[in-house]
Design a protein around this ligand. Sequence first.
Ligand SMILES: *Cc1c(COP(=O)(O)O)cnc(C)c1O
Length: 348
Amino acid sequence: MTAALLTIDLDALARNFRFLRDTAGVEAAPAVKADGYGLGALEVSRRLLAEGARTFYVARLAEGEALRAALGGGPVIQVLDGPTAGSVARLLAADLTPVVNSLEQAGRWRTEGRGRPVTLHVDTGMNRLGVTLAEARGLAGWGGVELVISHLACGQLPEHPMNGRQLAVFREARELFPTARAGLASSGGIFLGPDYAFDQVRPGVSLFGGGPRDVADDRIAPVATLEAPILQIRDVAAGETIGYGGAFQANGPTRVAIVAAGYADGVPRGSHPAGAVWFDGALRRMLGRVSMDMIAVDVTGCIAARPGAMVEILGANRLVDEAAAAAGTTSYELLTRLSPRAERRWIG
Ligand SMILES: *Cc1c(COP(=O)(O)O)cnc(C)c1O
């Protein structure tokens, strides 16, 4: 290997899908927006389809069109952005189901949507997308609504009082559409108990190896492994510095591996100074700033370190939540910022 390699374990993805579905006890509809959280929307969705997924969520219209082309007819593809101005013809052409988020979008779909079914997003307190409960009352009886959804602001925090408040509002909202199905939970919400399951859950990050509570969770299988080769080994004397800004100064003789992955491959620049990678059976700290194309790693005392040896930046030994926390970010951002420069391989 001469460059960073991102391996995506589709069997691990399938295990996570089954675990999340069985925990919820209802339909699990994968969220595969942002290119399947960076792991390849088309590849992961094909596998999830084979595992029984029948509904997929994307954010953007173009994501939905690409997914329809890859999956063919059959599965429901929900577009969270909804029927925005100028998008209806394309939504219809690709047989995509828009998620209606406002009265404006509702009106547009009622006039232009040729009677095709929609999903209605009711905002229950997050104040992001969705119609208010009062607005939903005005839409009550709209037969085109086949599914009512909402989204939890604090689903990853089981004790947060916001969850119960949103649940109460959502129950009122769904009663306005008695023939429609309902869905509230994403990865975090799946673990809030059966009251939150309704008819469908929408897991995203936990399909892809991220814990449902923003910390590593051993019930979730790691899916992505990011490795990169050592380019060079160097011995640094006490007092010397490493990398841009001289941000790390050795306080003793230090053996350093220069590894061929940097922020342009998706290693967060914020990994300095707390970052670490797994190599030869141990976590080894990153030294100095993350460069565009490389990082420096402390391999003092490690005889296995030589050019060409592969270092694990993310994977079973360095979980995505741990790497994210060390960089001051979340598994969501870390995964979706993995870059196409790292070669991607899907296994399983
Ligand atoms: C992204 C998203 C999801 C998936 O959330 P995770 O926390 O990744 O499980 C579900 N529903 C909506 C509306 C989303 O935007």
